[in-house]
Design a protein around this ligand. Structure first.
Ligand code: NAD
Ligand code: UFG
Length: 336
């Protein structure tokens, strides 16, 4: 049995599907602060398998210990946490509380139950401003906002834990820009309020929920002047977790990038989405957004080596088509 914290969220729900498809049993622990219970119903609908659920908070050590024991868990895939860079600047204490203290309690609970296998959702944001590209895992770490700091501190906590007890199996996965949705269109990203990220915003313009996209900066040193990112299909990303779990069948502590190794500009994404949806995505060019880098993409060789040959396979067209299927079938998200 695998404990998936934050399993009702965007990436967690896709990981639950891939774990169930790989024959694992799954129990989700989520406080539903940024998700809907409907996503769990949809996972059951896709997989036609049981999925256990506990409503709880990762900061509650007793609930985690009870869940780990009751369900006989052997590993944890840890997604739960807050993820908005923007919000982390105005509410840093909430971010340190949920992400750092929450993970500390989770690790304490695991230690108390003798469960020493964990996969952690880190982020490319731990690298900070690029000293060179692609970002390989040996790129210096230097997060530039509180959200990124929380990911960095948790990574460090995990590395320190491994040094103290080398019987742990720890996989740190640094995600680049996950987009897209399961091909059924039943689960996908459902941000609350105004989306901060590009794809959900573009999709909401295409579906008619918002009028125009703001493109933040067209004077970067990139081929068309707009920001370049490494977008990865969320199903590829989810499958990376299944591969990581298999690699953690022995003690280890590794950190690998999950990306495709190639970047697309904002304008390329807008064009691809217009093509996939058949809808126009009108936009305005705006000044740069504070804290953005021009270009960000992953070195992927280490992940492929460590994760037993795993690599992302889905292209931008597929990402946009799948994202659009989810958005058009659920124009107002899960609980419309
Ligand atoms: P999400 O907000 O959709 O999912 C997070 C889930 O965790 C939600 O269901 C939320 O209700 C739950 N949660 C939050 N705090 C909790 C707590 N204290 N206790 C229990 N449950 C809690 O986010 P996501 O996009 O699925 O991201 C999953 C993880 O991946 C996060 O840790 C995030 O930082 C990381 N990540 C995401 C991205 C991205 O672009 N989406 C990029 C890099 C890393
Ligand atoms: N962008 C726009 N308009 C928008 C939103 C975004 O032009 O409305 C642009 C940004 O300026 C950037 C690109 O689209 O050039 C991608 O922006 P996102 O906000 O979608 O993604 P980021 O790369 O800024 O950040 C994401 C996650 C972070 C994570 C980081 C890791 O939001 O949590 O990837 O690389 F840390």
């Amino acid at each position: 049995m695998i404990l998936v914290t934050g399993g009702a969220g965007y990436i967690g729900s896709h990981a639950c599907v891939e774990l169930l498809n790989a024959g694992k049993q799954v129990v989700v622990l989520d406080n539903f602060s940024n998700s809907s219970r409907t996503s769990l119903e949809r996972i059951r609908q896709i997989c036609r398998k049981p999925l256990a659920v506990v409503e709880g908070d990762i900061r509650d050590q007793a609930v985690i210990e009870k869940t780990l024991r009751e369900f006989g868990c052997t590993a944890v895939v840890h997604f739960a946490g807050l993820k908005s860079v923007f919000e982390s600047v105005s509410s840093p204490l909430d971010y340190y509380d949920n992400n750092v203290i929450g993970t500390h309690r989770l690790l304490r609970a695991m230690q108390g139950c003798g469960i020493k296998r964990i996969i952690f959702s880190s982020s490319a944001t731990v690298y900070g401003d690029p000293k060179f590209l692609p970002y390989t895992e040996d790129h210096p770490l230097g997060p530039v906002n509180p959200y990124g700091q929380t990911k960095f501190f948790v990574e460090q906590m995990l590395r320190d834990l491994f040094v103290s007890d080398r019987s742990w199996s720890i996989g740190i996965l640094r995600y680049f820009n996950p987009i897209g949705a399961h091909e059924s269109g039943l689960i996908g990203e459902d941000p609350k309020g105004v989306p901060n990220n590009l794809l959900p915003f573009v999709a909401q313009v295409a579906v008619g929920r918002r009028e125009r996209l703001n493109i933040f900066g067209n004077d970067y040193d990139t081929p068309d002047g707009t920001g370049v990112r490494d977008y990865i299909h969320v199903v590829d990303l989810a499958q990376g977790h299944v591969a990581a779990l298999a690699s953690l069948d022995k003690p280890a502590c590794f950190a690998v990038n999950l990306g495709t190794g190639r970047g697309y500009s904002v304008l390329e994404v807008v064009k691809a989405f217009e093509k996939a949806s058949g809808r126009p995505v009108p936009y305005d060019l705006r000044p740069r957004r504070a804290g953005d880098v021009a270009t960000c993409y992953a070195g992927t060789d280490l992940a492929t080596k460590v994760l037993g040959g795993w690599r992302a396979t889905k292209d931008l067209e597929t990402m946009c088509r799948d994202h659009w299927r989810w958005q058009s079938q659920n124009p107002n998200g899960y609980d419309a």
